[in-house]
Ligand binder design. Structure first.
Ligand SMILES: Nc1nc2c(ncn2[C@@H]2O[C@H](COP(=O)(O)OP(=O)(O)O)[C@@H](O)[C@H]2O)c(=O)[nH]1
Ligand SMILES: Nc1ncnc2c1ncn2[C@@H]1O[C@H](COP(=O)(O)OP(=O)(O)O)[C@@H](O)[C@H]1O
Length: 220
């Protein structure tokens, strides 16, 4: 049957008429948030990484502008001075920050952003923008496995690994400031859970502004 002029119909891209979300992944160092972030960015074309600025040195394989923007202390100071950061925090003797860039405009246009940031940054983003923020915390299956992963990653000397382990317990203590908590035992199953969270959050009514005219028409 042909559609009458008054039959409500969804535009093919109606689901893009929603606000983007700020999807935050945090965890103690070594629990796997970088691994899960990269899997998510590979699998999902609608989400983009918010590339942080850091004063730490690049690790082997890390690319400027892709994984981080690597800057000197002086450059970081200048960015603070210019009010270029959404948030920034000291972590492991270095500073890390989320540059403002075009995030706000892009969110309005429906672009999702992934943030690999710590609990301090999460708190700051949440205070500024509760409606767009989704907070996911990743836990290791055990403390022993966390150490095995840090040692296996082979990017840090033993002193740095000890410092990360010392800090892990205090990072874990912030788990209850997150909306979701996922244990990264098997990486594929952890990834699947994180992806389900992202999919479900996109469907939240308050984000789906594109549905408003459709529903109004259904009700008339
Ligand atoms: N607040 C804040 N934390 C960040 C930012 N970028 C990275 N981090 C956090 O800094 C910590 C150290 O990151 P990194 O040196 O890459 O080591 P990782 O712990 O192995 O991922 C992690 O907890 C990251 O989530 C940022 O822009 N802001
Ligand atoms: N589920 C998992 N099982 C075993 N090893 C893992 C798992 N998830 C991540 N890893 C490994 O553990 C190390 C730390 O992971 P990474 O993603 O760098 O952690 P983070 O970003 O939280 O510091 C890496 O060598 C990574 O390949």
């Amino acid at each position: 049957m042909a559609e009458s002029a008054s039959t409500p119909s969804l535009e093919p891209d109606a689901d893009l008429h929603r606000r983007g979300l700020m999807f935050i992944l945090s965890s103690p160092s070594g629990a796997g948030k970088t691994t899960i972030s990269r899997m998510l960015l590979d699998a999902d074309e609608e989400i983009r990484l918010s590339v942080s600025v850091t004063t730490r040195q690049p690790r082997p394989g890390e690319i400027e502008g892709v994984h981080y923007h690597f800057v000197s202390d002086v450059e970081f100071d200048a960015m603070i001075e210019e009010d270029d950061f959404y948030e920034w925090a000291p972590v492991f003797g270095h500073r890390y920050g989320t540059p403002k860039g075009r995030i706000r405009t892009a969110l309005k246009q429906g672009q999702d952003f992934l943030f690999d940031i710590d609990w301090q940054g999460t708190q700051q983003l949440y205070q500024k923008d509760q409606q767009d923020v989704v907070r996911v915390f990743i836990l290791p299956p055990s403390i022993a496995e966390l150490r095995r992963r840090l040692e296996g990653r082979a990017t840090d000397d033993m002193g740095t690994i000890d410092a990360r382990m010392d800090r892990a317990r205090s990072e874990i203590s912030h788990w209850d400031a997150y909306d979701y908590v996922v244990i990264n035992d098997d990486v594929d199953s952890c990834f699947a859970k994180v992806r389900e969270i992202l999919h479900a959050e996109r469907m939240k009514r308050q984000r789906q502004t594109g549905l408003i005219p459709f529903v109004r028409e259904l009700m008339t």
